[in-house]
Design a protein around this ligand. Structure first.
Ligand code: AMP
Length: 541
């Protein structure tokens, strides 16, 4: 017998309708690429999203069509999150930091007929235009005053928006319809598209607002330091509408000074971003002689790669509760969140950091397990380590266009490619990406643990550990270190710090100083690029 409750679809447009009705004056602050700061609110975003939806329909966009963006964090990009999905089309956010060939591939594979982009990407778009056979409209996300002269082939965002009256009623449709498309930074082969649905997106938003999820609420003013093209900005644009939180969109400027100034000016209580963003923030504070205690944040979510212990410590010493979450494009992305359990609340800072350096526990809806190389499930005892598998209503069931074939096992589990331990309380500790794992004489060495230990040395600005070829052990760890300005530690000093923290046989065979470390388009350490350069270092050193 079925229950007798209403089967109302979970649609993205309902988030915006709710924000407009119940949180109309909750602010949205945006720094467009061509400046000055724009101040609007959820009522303004809702009105303009309806106008933009009408403009897109006028351009011929129909349900299921892809609409692509190459854009930073601005109010216009936020409007598109709702305008596109609201009419049943699919928002395809493209990462502009990728190589042009990858952007070309991703845009073509997504097959968008409309591309909207920020002004600084005009040269990039011009170089792509004739390679995109499906493209019919190229829209510059700016006003008439900033439109490039003599370009009749381009459409002005503000002009087409202003031509509409906003009298649109969001259509209703099946909640399983596609709403967004995001390509994962392909590690092997071409990038693959993850296709989100209205249902997965709204369910994920609920959990972002849950107290033991990201605890987002109306009381928050969130500085979005994760780009809107990086896995739906971790779901925050949707969750913020659900709870009516103030949202601060920093445009293209994610450097330490810009983030600090904006956070202070707007009284931001929460921010989210990858570790490199926060390392940049502290570097700025240190160099400018600013006391980190002046940071206005109550909470900072660090994700995308492992949050170094030293970084978490700096935030906590400044009175900011920094914590991490784990997830991936394929999991919408948030799957686990590190929240202190009641018995951990009373721990001292070191004890708390022991918990917060882990990737956290599954949010409701997410199931996790680890498996060994033979595919057999391993115990969640805090010591067994294996590939992490995940299952849940906001986890992908396959890639766009069937690329990669069947990605789930017979029981519906998705293999993440991450290697982890899970303890008896359910805390996940990620030790590596499967492809980055260092296997020395058949035993695994955790690069994350080594990097974390190195960052405990006060002169280490950044550290990366990769496995490189070794005659006897097949592979041994090599550590690359960027030193802080005006410091000159010796390798032996860094080694001494590591000796206290990890097993002796884990110690890197060499510690090499470099000026910088290569990063991926989402700001993570690019170990593939490092391995390409350093793979024979031990053989030839
Ligand atoms: P992406 O699909 O670009 O978001 O990348 C997802 C990958 O980022 C995951 O599979 C992990 O390897 C890594 N990742 C995300 N969050 C964390 C975290 N908190 N700690 C360590 N690695 C993470």
């Amino acid at each position: 017998m079925f229950g007798l409750m209403q089967d109302r679809p979970l649609l993205i447009s309902s988030l915006l309708t709710h924000a407009e009705r119940y949180h109309p004056a909750s602010e949205i602050v945006s720094v467009p690429c061509e400046g000055p700061v724009v101040r609007t609110d959820w009522a303004g975003i809702a009105r303009r999203a309806r106008q933009m939806a009408q403009a897109l329909q006028r351009m011929g966009v129909k349900p299921g069509d892809r609409v692509a963006t190459l854009a930073w964090n601005t109010h216009r990009h936020l409007e598109l999150y709702y305008a596109v999905a609201g009419i049943g089309a699919v928002l395809h956010t493209v990462n502009p930091r990728l190589y042009p060939e990858q952007i070309d591939y991703i845009l073509n594979h997504g097959g968008a007929e409309v591309l909207l982009f920020d002004l600084p990407f005009l040269p990039l778009v011009d170089a792509q235009m004739d390679k995109l056979p499906t493209l019919r409209h190229a829209v510059v996300m700016t006003d008439a005053a900033h439109m490039p002269a003599g370009r009749d082939d381009l459409v002005c965002y503000e002009t087409v928006l202003a031509a509409e009256d906003g009298a649109l009623v969001w259509p209703s449709f099946d909640e399983r319809q596609a709403s967004g498309l995001c390509y994962t930074s392909g590690t092997t082969g071409n990038p693959k598209g993850v296709l989100y649905s209205h249902r997965s997106t709204v369910l994920h938003a609920f959990l972002c607002c849950a107290a033991d999820g990201l605890h987002l609420s109306r009381a928050d003013a969130t500085l979005l330091a994760v780009p809107l093209f990086h896995v739906n900005a971790w779901g925050i644009p949707y969750a913020s509408a659900m709870c009516g939180a103030k949202l601060v969109l920093p445009g293209l400027k994610l450097d330490g000074q810009s983030l600090y100034d904006l956070a202070r000016a707007e009284g931001c209580t929460l921010s989210l971003g990858v570790p490199t963003v926060w390392i940049g923030l502290f570097k700025y504070l240190d160099e400018a002689g600013i006391d980190p205690a002046t940071l206005p944040f109550e909470r900072v979510l660090i994700g995308g790669s492992a949050a170094p212990r030293a970084l978490l410590r700096r935030f906590h010493e400044a009175g900011v509760h920094a914590f991490q979450a784990w997830g991936m494009s394929e999991t919408s992305p948030v799957a686990t969140v590190a929240t202190l359990l009641p018995h951990q609340q009373a721990l001292g800072l070191d004890g708390k950091l022991d918990v917060l350096t882990r990737q956290g526990r599954a949010m409701f809806g997410v199931e996790l397990k680890i498996v060994g190389e033979d595919g057999q499930e391993l115990p969640q005892d805090g010591s067994a380590s294996g590939e992490l598998k995940v299952r849940g209503p906001w986890v992908t069931s396959g890639y766009y266009g069937g690329v990669g074939g069947q990605v789930l096992d017979a029981d519906g589990w998705f293999a993440t490619g991450d290697v982890a331990r899970i303890d008896t309380e359910g805390f996940v500790t990620l030790t590596d990406r499967a492809k980055d794992v260092i296997k020395s004489g058949g035993e695994w060495i955790s690069s994350i643990d080594l990097e974390n230990a190195a960052l405990g040395h006060p002169a280490v600005e950044a550290a990366a550990v990769i496995g490189v070829y070794h005659e006897k052990w097949q592979e041994r760890p090599l550590m690359l270190v960027v030193r802080k300005r005006d410091t000159a530690p010796e390798p032996a000093e860094i080694r001494a710090v590591l000796e206290d923290k990890v097993a002796h046989w884990w110690l890197p065979d060499a510690i090499v100083f470099v000026d910088s470390l290569p990063l991926t388009a989402t700001g993570k350490l690019d170990k593939k690029a490092m391995r390409a350069v350093w793979k024979d270092y031990l053989a030839t050193a």
